[in-house]
Design a protein. Structure first.
Ligand SMILES: [Zn+2]
Length: 420
């Protein structure tokens, strides 16, 4: 791995030099995907809240929530990015997790069209579907309702009766992490959305999932994860947070599936390029990792060709938003953020914004009256803005821009709108 020497400030470190220069001890030394040991630490963020989707009932609990450190390292053997300081013990996946995006029309539309696409492509009708990390079960419910399928969802954070979907005898939920003891659950299709990035030992996990296909080589797997290539290109530092310990590019995702014993059927981007979707089925045996020459990194694609560029993109983006907040405060303009999920927690905590921004708005009513982890802003509903009359709204995901504007227009509120 090339280590930058062209600048005065080094941006890439191997684990030994990083530990020495920062006086820290990293928990892991080898890549959780391929096991390789040539790791470059390129981005770090210390003392951030361990959780960003757990509901924090009081300001005190929110600002005092346990913290952890993020040390992102890149493996030059397979291109996989992981937090080498991750401590899973800090995480608590409980009923208090509120990660649902289903309150947004934009998101619901995306979900429905994705479900229909998968149902058509794999002719999923009257079939058994397993969803690993099903959250509140909304996507599994869609697959079962639209395709007349039966479904089993696994998630320790599943809450029964959370949505208005009601009882459905085709659906069953297991409040547990998926593991080998469930390998005999009947299934024709396995779905796993926005979950793999929460798992540190990704190779071990995929090998466990492979057991489900032991006697059923025709079973198709569908996984969806955030695209770190996109994150690095736009300098989206708000997409880096503690719960996400694993970050995938197109290449590293494909490699992980291949070395874990799967054949990749399709790999594509969705949700305006923010997500990577992979479809795979069991291969005869795991493929050896293609030999990668450290000097010839073109094969790693957009992100990994430009690791130093990535570091610069994050830096520039942080400076931009820090200045924006400082200037707004100087002019006595009131800012709120729109979207109180993980992106906002990361945005506020990375920039250490507390009193500069008083409130976070969200349309998910389960979050109202709770507080942002780490920085403590109260989460309010859109109606609150009639009284508060903010000067600026920062939308945490550009994809919701039109939806937010429509809501504000209906309320006759016309602040300056900016998006990340
Ligand atoms: Zn690796």
């Amino acid at each position: 791995m090339k280590v930058s020497q062209s600048e005065n400030r080094k941006v890439l470190f191997n684990i030994d030099e990083f530990e020495k220069s920062k006086s820290v001890k990293l928990r892991y030394r080898n890549c959780p995907s391929c096991g390789g040991g040539d790791i470059s630490i390129f981005y770090w963020l210390e003392s951030v809240p361990a959780h960003s989707v757990l509901l924090m009932p009081t300001y005190r609990i929110a600002v005092n929530y346990p913290r952890g450190d993020i040390y992102l390292g890149f493996c030059s053997g397979c291109g996989f990015v992981s937090n080498y300081g991750y401590e899973p013990e800090l995480l608590e996946y409980s009923h208090n997790c509120e990660e649902s995006q289903g309150f947004s029309l934009t998101f619901t539309k995306f979900h429905k069209s994705l479900a229909n696409k998968l149902l058509d492509k794999y002719d999923l009708h009257n079939k058994d579907i397993v969803e690993i990390g099903c959250g509140k079960g909304e996507f599994l419910r869609l697959l079962c309702e639209l395709g007349d399928n039966r479904g089993v969802g696994f998630d320790p954070a599943y809450v029964s009766g959370w949505d208005e979907g009601g009882e459905d005898e085709r659906l069953r939920f297991v409040e547990d992490f998926y593991c080998e003891k469930y390998a005999d659950v009947s299934c024709d299709f396995v779905c796993c959305k926005m979950t793999l990035e929460h798992i540190h030992d990704v190779h071990i996990f995929l090998s466990t999932v492979r057991t489900i296909t032991y006697n059923r080589p025709e079973v198709v797997l569908f996984f969806q994860v955030p695209d770190f290539g996109h994150v690095s290109q736009v300098g989206a530092f708000w997409d880096i947070y503690y719960e996400h310990c694993s970050y995938f590019t197109e290449d590293s995702l494909r490699r992980l599936f291949e070395i874990s014993g799967f054949e990749v059927l399709d790999l594509w981007r969705g949700y305006e390029g923010q997500y990577l979707m992979i479809e795979a089925k069991r291969a005869e045996k795991a493929r050896d990792l293609p030999k990668v020459d450290g000097k010839n990194l073109e094969s790693f694609g957009i992100f990994t060709n430009n690791l130093e560029k990535t570091v610069q993109n994050f830096k520039k983006s942080k400076e931009k938003w820090r200045n924006f907040a400082a200037k707004s405060v100087e002019k006595d303009r009131q800012i709120v953020v729109w979207g109180a999920g993980s992106k906002a927690v990361s945005f506020l905590n990375t920039l250490r914004l507390r009193e500069e921004i008083e409130y976070a708005v969200d349309i998910n009513h389960h979050m109202w009256g709770t507080f942002m982890a780490g920085t403590g802003q109260e989460i309010v509903g859109p109606e609150f803005l009639r009284k508060y009359q903010p000067d600026i709204i920062i939308i945490m995901n550009p994809i919701y821009q039109n939806e937010v504007k429509n809501t504000l227009n209906k309320m006759s509120i016309h602040p300056e709108i900016v998006t990340l």
